[in-house]
Design a protein around this ligand. Structure first.
Ligand code: NAP
Length: 308
């Protein structure tokens, strides 16, 4: 009887679409979060596994509210090698871990779980991923005067990165001043000096007259609201020598366009996403991914986004 289903020959003999063989020794990694449908992480990890010849498959797991602890316990019981964690669980997951890396604990956010004896250990590879992305683009933090837009989860991690990498001063601008103030207090206490200066976003005209590295860490400008930007004023952009937007959808954000129009260089967050994945993969598999391999994965991610 024809029930309308077809058997794709590439899916037979235990083979997945990209030719990967699933067998009794296949290890599983994945992403927990809500939502997870639009994630690019499977592209990163399955490409790496294929390239490195690792018998590993990476899949997204949608975890409904209230199920986080069960999900982590269940993953451990099922011998899952490692997990990434995304919104809204990056902080809440810490309670389900046997250990948390020092820096991730200070940031208060974990995006990578590594299997250890007795449970998972948590790391924050978002921050180290951003650092590696910046290094690969030749952007330095040490000694730099930095404008950081936003004080949410991602911007908080960036503020810690700036403290750790000995930034000169970070002017932290946020719509809600209290949040900027809280991040500044925490980071300044952690590094024992006044690295972060909190400011109200609308006070951007009070920034000193000089050139900055600007990191866009708000969610403004994220697709589908691609025409939005936190600050419109061209005078602000004339103060930026390099702009780094954590957003990667769209590939060229309005913030990036405004930086370039004012004569600066601008980058998006796709390489940050790439490197946070690579660092997680390295932690799970105890391997070192080369820059050549990273470039291969990056090309695959761009193709996935329809960017040639
Ligand atoms: P979040 O915790 O929700 O923080 C959102 C931030 O945006 C807050 O500072 C918020 O200000 C600000 N904001 C939101 N709407 C605003 C508006 N209309 N005007 C001014 N400010 C506004 O989000 P998050 O997790 O930090 O993520 C921020 C961005 O980073 C997202 O776009 C995310 O996609 C990106 N990201 C990228 C990567 C990567 O790998 N490339 C990794 C992580 C995050 P208030 O405090 O005033 O609300």
């Amino acid at each position: 009887m024809d029930d309308g289903r077809t058997i794709d020959s590439e899916m037979t003999d235990g083979k997945m679409m990209d030719g990967k063989t699933i067998d009794g020794k296949t290890r599983l990694c994945g992403l927990i979060g809500n939502p997870v449908e639009h994630t690019m992480s499977p592209v990163i990890h399955n490409t790496l596994a294929g390239h490195c010849g690792h018998n590993l498959v990476y899949v997204p797991f949608l975890v409904e509210e209230g199920n986080l602890a069960d999900a982590v316990r269940g993953a451990y019981a099922l011998n899952v090698l490692g997990l990434n964690v995304t919104v809204p669980y990056k902080s809440a997951v810490i309670d389900s871990l046997v250990e948390t890396d020092d820096l991730a604990a200070r940031i208060g956010a974990v995006n990578t779980l590594v299997r250890t004896e007795g449970g998972y250990k948590g790391y924050n590879t978002d921050m180290s991923g951003l650092y590696r992305a910046m290094v690969s683009e030749g952007i330095r933090i040490e000694g730099e005067e930095i404008v950081l837009l936003g004080a949410g989860g991602a911007a908080r991690a960036v503020a810690y990165l700036c403290g750790e990498q000995k930034a000169g001063k970070v002017w932290l601008l946020n719509r809600t001043y209290e949040k900027a103030e809280r991040v500044a207090e925490e980071v300044n206490a952690a590094f024992g000096r006044e690295v972060v200066v909190p400011m109200l976003l609308s006070d951007y005209e009070k920034l000193p007259e000089r050139k900055f590295l600007a990191i866009q860490g708000t969610s403004v400008g994220l697709a589908p609201k691609e025409d939005d930007v936190v600050i419109e004023d061209a005078a602000f952009y004339r103060k930026i020598h390099t702009g780094f937007d954590l957003i990667y959808k769209p590939f060229t954000t309005r913030f990036m366009r405004l930086v370039r129009e004012a004569g600066g260089e601008a980058y998006n967050g796709l390489k940050m996403l790439l490197y946070q994945g690579i660092i997680a993969y390295e932690l799970w598999n105890q391997v070192e991914i080369t820059e050549k391999e990273a470039a291969l994965v990056y090309d695959r991610m761009k193709r996935e986004m329809g960017i040639s």
